[in-house]
Design a binder for this molecule. Sequence first.
Ligand SMILES: Cc1ncc(C[n+]2csc(CCOP(=O)(O)OP(=O)(O)O)c2C)c(N)n1
Ligand SMILES: [Mg+2]
Length: 363
Amino acid sequence: MATTQSQGKRRRAASTPAKNGSKGSPNSKTEPRLGSDALVSLYQKMVEIRLFEDAAQRGFRQGKVGGYMHVYSGQEAVATGFLDTFREPDYAITAYRDHAHVLLLGSDPKAVMAELYGKGTGLVQGKGGSMHLFDVSNGFYGGYGIVGGHIPLGVGMAFAQAYQKTGGITQLYLGDGAIHNGAFHEAANLSGLWGRDGLNPCLFILENNQYGMGTSVERATANTDLGKKFESYAIEHTKVDGMDLEAVLKVAHDAADRVRETGKPFAVEALTYRIMPHGAADFLEKYRTKEEVRKWRERDPIGLLEKRLEDEGVEESTIADIRTAAKAKMDEAVKFAEESPEPDIAELLTDVYTDDAPVQAAG
Ligand SMILES: Cc1ncc(C[n+]2csc(CCOP(=O)(O)OP(=O)(O)O)c2C)c(N)n1
Ligand SMILES: [Mg+2]
């Protein structure tokens, strides 16, 4: 059963359209939806991500989640805002802090939670774990644990989209730590170069949460204006307050339209903050003060959006109902993960090597 399922996934072509993308021709613009109904629906997504992360963190502490895990709490407005622009046949790729991205693209929280638990019903049959989520059917190409390792892949995906004239763009998420990795500089150089000919519709989303593990941006580089790193490669860029969903939405839609229209890369630095430790087992935070964390928690993107919704006249009961429903959904995901079977032993041999390798000529 498990084998059939994964073979089915493998058969999907790389250009399979994402289920979750908004409709419309690839060239039409996507206006940000800023009315209170739209904001309420995005609020619901952000709350679901936060509660998913809380549940995952509990599962990790109980020893039920294997491998390692990094939660996205505090950064929700960034992926929520940018993925609001996502449409068929776009692609998205990120590093290991990837739960939010895959959920926003439409993966079932039950399958994602089961993946963290290493179960056979998991998104990638329990073989990827938290850091290696993948869902091609929704346009999500991972989930990578090697810092910076996914950046050349994302630039290559964008090249493929232009080369194959799919009309899609690639959203490539990276951290403030990853930008110092050599892979970024080589890939950004090619992105700028190919972009000159309209061959790199890559939207770089630099999630500057101000730390790479315990190293602050100030301690990692002498040039702390991280967007400037893109200038070396002739990639235009801008900044946004990554805690403010509405600000992110506006910048994200402009940026995505621009990349779609020109085939050139563009970068947005979103200033954000992770309110949780770097990884699920890291609790000794000697590199930042409690006072600093408290200060940023006052700008928690979910709290800010709640205030905004109140100003818009959204009823308190609407907010409460969203929270209750999200909690029930995540409880259900945990129950599913806990009750799911271990992966079938046959899974050891699936999705390891491709079936599509060219046959080598003899001699
Ligand atoms: C090539 C490589 N070097 C070091 C590590 C260890 N490591 C894991 S996460 C991390 C920090 C990356 O920071 P950033 O890109 O800002 O992402 P964030 O964790 O803040 O989301 C490091 C150095 C790694 N996984 N891969
Ligand atoms: Mg960081």
